[in-house]
Design a protein around this ligand. Sequence first.
Ligand SMILES: [Zn+2]
Length: 85
Amino acid sequence: MKQACHYASRLASDSLDRPLSLWERLRLKLHLSMCSNCRNCDNNLKLMRQINTLIRKNHYGQLRLSEQQRQQLHKALDQHDNAIH
Ligand SMILES: [Zn+2]
């Protein structure tokens, strides 16, 4: 993984736990605009986060994925499987 990607993915996961500083947000945004890999990772991360939040809050009934989210999730899981095998 490239250094810039490594940094961006760390910022993306940090952003789920704490608010990023303006500078960090800009760095992340800039990187995501240039790097489709990290853009996919970021989308997957957000999707997982949404699902996690709903499950934690016991809002199973509200867990309705749009068709796009469903495809995104499948793609993420496929990538995950491919990374393992
Ligand atoms: Zn990247």
